[in-house]
Design a protein. Sequence first.
Length: 287
Amino acid sequence: HAKDRGRNNYQFYASRMNEAAGERLQMENALRQALASITPEHSPFSLHFQPQINVADGRVVGLEALARWHDPVLGQVPPDRFIRIAEDSGLMQPLGDWVFWETCRHIRRFREAGLSGLRVAVNISAQQLRHEALPMLVRGVLACYDLTPQDLELEITESTAMQNPDLTLAILNQFSDMGIVLAIDDFGTGYSSLAYLKHLPIHRLKLDRSFVKDIETDANDAAICSATVALGHNLGLELVAEGVETDIQREFLTRLGCDVLQGFFYSKPLPADQIIEYLRHFQPVTP
Ligand code: C2E
Ligand code: MG
Ligand code: MG
Ligand code: MG
C-alpha cells in the first residue's frame, strides 16, 4: 500500500541520511585531528601549485595554490569536500591560516630557487572573509617572510562575494588598498548582480571551467565566454580562463581575448618541487 511504501521510502532515505551524516562526522573528526597534528616538521596538508600563463607573452605570470589533505584512514580527500566540511564546522579559520603561512613560505622558497616575478593566488572562503582580522593576519605573514602584497593574489568565489556584502566590501577594500590583486573565482556560476560586483575593488575575473569545457561544441557556452570577456574588459578587469585542457580551447579563448590561461593543457597542480622544475624548463609560447 501507498502508506507502507511511503514509510519504507522514508526509512530508506533516513538510513541513507544517517550514513551520510556518519561519514561526514567521521571526516569532520579526522579533519579536526589533522589540524591539531600540524607541527613545523610535519603536516597532513600540503599545497599544490598550478601555473597561470599570460597570453600576450606566453610566460608564466602566476601560480594558484591549492590545498591537499592526505588522511591515514580516509586517504586523499578532495579539497571541494574538506573545504566544505571545514566551512561548516568552524575549522576553516585554522586551515585557512595554515594555507596563508604555507603559501608565503613557498613564495620565499620559489624566490630562493631563483624564480622571480611570480604572484601566488590563494583561495579564501566565506568563513575567512567573516573575520575582520584577516587583513592583519595577511600583513603579518607577508612581513614574516619579507614579502610584499604584490607577491600575493586572493581569490574569492562569486557566491562568497555575494554573502555579507558590507563586511566583504570593507575587507576587500583593505586588501586592495594594501596592493593585493583580487580575483573573482568560478565566475558565471553564482548569481551576482553586476551592480554589486561593480563596487568591489576587484582586478580579475576567473571564467569558470564549466563554460570552457565544451566551448568548441556548445554555442551557448561560447557565447557566455565571449560575453563575459567583453563585460570584464569593459569593466577594466583582466580575464582568466580556468580549466583549459586542449589546444583548441586555448586557441578559442585566446581569440576571445582572454588575458591569462590556466588548466591541465599547461599543467596539473603540482607539488612545490615539481612546479620549480616545471618553471625552470618552461618555454614561453607566443600566439
Ligand atoms: P578552484 O579555486 O576553482 O580551483 C581550480 C580547480 O580546478 C582545482 O581543483 C584544479 O585542480 C582544477 N583544475 C585546474 N585546471 C583544470 C583542468 O584543466 N581541468 C579540470 N577538470 N580541472 C582543472 P582542486 O584542486 O580539486 O580544488 C577544488 C576547489 O577546492 C578549488 O576550486 C577551491 O574552490 C577549493 N580549494 C582548494 N584549495 C583551497 C584552499 O586552500 N582554500 C579554499 N578556501 N579553497 C580551496
Ligand atoms: Mg581558485
Ligand atoms: Mg575556480
Ligand atoms: Mg571551484
